[in-house]
Design a protein around this ligand. Structure first.
Ligand code: CTP
Length: 399
């Protein structure tokens, strides 16, 4: 089932490390080739000899072999992997991964990873519930890593609570899922727009909206998990993105339009989740407009002109092979407006979210959507995290 798959296992120093030989056995028995990288503290919990024996491969701990001087090339290791699992991931390793600290081979390999990374946090409950740990995990999740659950059960301290490493069988099943269903976009290119645009009035003022870019970033993460090459054209936001995504930062609607049209011919799937400003100031002053100097101050009667509708422009030129998905954020007559937009902009699908649904839209971590297809297909989903919503969107448009 896993024949030909290269799986890299990173083991950090927690008691759950004693379970990793079982995971390696499961992977090997099912045809995978497995290599293991350990931190120094991991070897207090599981021996390198055990892991080398079960993986049938040399294991890696140091940046270089101290006897021969040969470099253990972390870049090569990272690129070799089709999937990188870090199990157990301790609070220390998670903190370093989330904050760019690179003081061992496992971390250097993580920062060089091109493949999907699955992280299985494991630690005692108080550490697991600490806000710092939670913030670090949220950061790693936002970078596009898969965070596995840390279920409840007896911990090393004897306390019965959450924080255990996912069991080897559970991780193994996640690996199967990953290779069975999650590589459907291998060799496909996905183009996504996200975030707001800002339309300058003068060097210090602009018009914009409340979009955070979160939904678009989650879509980009999901597309990358599905094996796609992803171009993400994103307006100003402070969200970080994974290095496996080709991120192109833009400011204005015109810049977004230009970048989209540079990339469009390469795209198999185009999803436009950006909240593009519909209007931009007719005149943009290169110097700060003073409120006192002009009699008829232009700020008191700002003249706006429409921006180009990027989505409609793509609808007009897209080929039959390209799949085009738009978003509609509505406050009234939601379904009718979304269906009109689907037709008018020549889309294959439109994702409707209504500002009337609590927890949906800008600034929320959650969203509640209805997907409408050009063939009248209509599917509504309950309120979910934007990560889950991104999964639903791909599952729907790919079926
Ligand atoms: N969109 C775009 N370029 C624009 C405006 C919107 O690409 N200049 C895209 C958005 O990314 C989204 C879709 O069009 O996918 C719908 O955006 P929305 O603002 O809801 O629709 P509008 O066409 O602007 O219609 P209206 O403002 O009348 O609702």
């Amino acid at each position: 089932m896993l024949k030909g798959k290269h799986i890299l296992l990173g083991v950090s120093g927690g008691i759950a490390a004693y379970k990793t030989p079982l995971l390696v056995r499961l992977l090997i028995k099912n045809g995978a080739t497995v290599k293991v990288v350990l931190t120094h503290s991991a070897i207090d919990f599981v021996t390198p000899l055990t892991l080398a024996t079960v993986s049938k491969n040399e294991v890696f701990i140091e940046f270089f072999n101290k006897e021969t001087g040969v470099w253990n090339n972390h870049v090569e290791l990272a690129r070799w992997a089709d999937l990188f699992i870090i199990a157990p991931a301790t609070a220390n390793t998670i903190a370093k991964m989330a904050n760019g600290i690179c003081d061992n081979l496992l971390l250097a390999t993580y920062f060089s990873a091109k493949s999907q990374v699955m992280i299985a946090p494991a630690m005692d409950v108080d550490m697991f519930q600490h806000p710092t740990l939670k913030a670090n995990i949220a950061k790693l999740n936002a970078f596009g890593n898969t965070i596995l659950p840390s279920p409840k059960g007896e911990l090393a301290s004897g306390i019965d609570a959450e924080g255990r490493m996912s069991e080897p069988e559970f991780i193994y099943n996640k690996v199967l899922d990953f290779f069975n269903t999650t590589q459907v976009l291998k060799k496909k290119r996905v183009l996504i727009t996200a975030g707001p645009t800002i339309e300058k009035i003068d060097p210090v003022r602009f018009i914009s909206n409340f979009s955070t870019g979160k939904m678009g970033v989650e879509l980009a993460n999901r597309a990358a998990q599905l094996g796609a090459d992803v171009d993400l054209i994103i307006g100003p936001t402070n969200l970080a993105t994974s290095s496996s995504i080709n991120r192109i930062n833009v400011l204005s609607a015109q810049e977004m339009y230009d970048e989209v049209h540079k990339k469009i011919v390469f795209a198999d799937i185009i999803i436009m989740a950006a909240a593009v400003a519909d209007f931009t100031p007719k005149l943009k002053s290169t110097t700060k407009i003073k409120k006192t100097t002009q009699k008829e101050n232009i700020l008191s009667n700002l003249e706006l002109v429409p921006t180009k509708d990027i989505l409609a422009s793509v609808g007009n030129i897209k080929t039959k092979k390209q799949l085009l998905v738009g978003f509609a954020l509505e406050t009234d007559n939601e379904l009718k407006n979304a269906k009109d937009k689907l037709k008018r902009k020549k889309l294959d699908y439109i994702v409707l979210n209504s500002l009337n649904d609590s927890g949906a839209g800008f600034e929320y971590e959650t969203n509640k959507i209805t997907i409408i297809g050009k063939n009248n297909m209509e599917k509504s989903f309950p309120l979910k995290s934007k990560t889950e919503v991104a999964k639903d969107i791909f599952e729907t448009i790919l079926n």
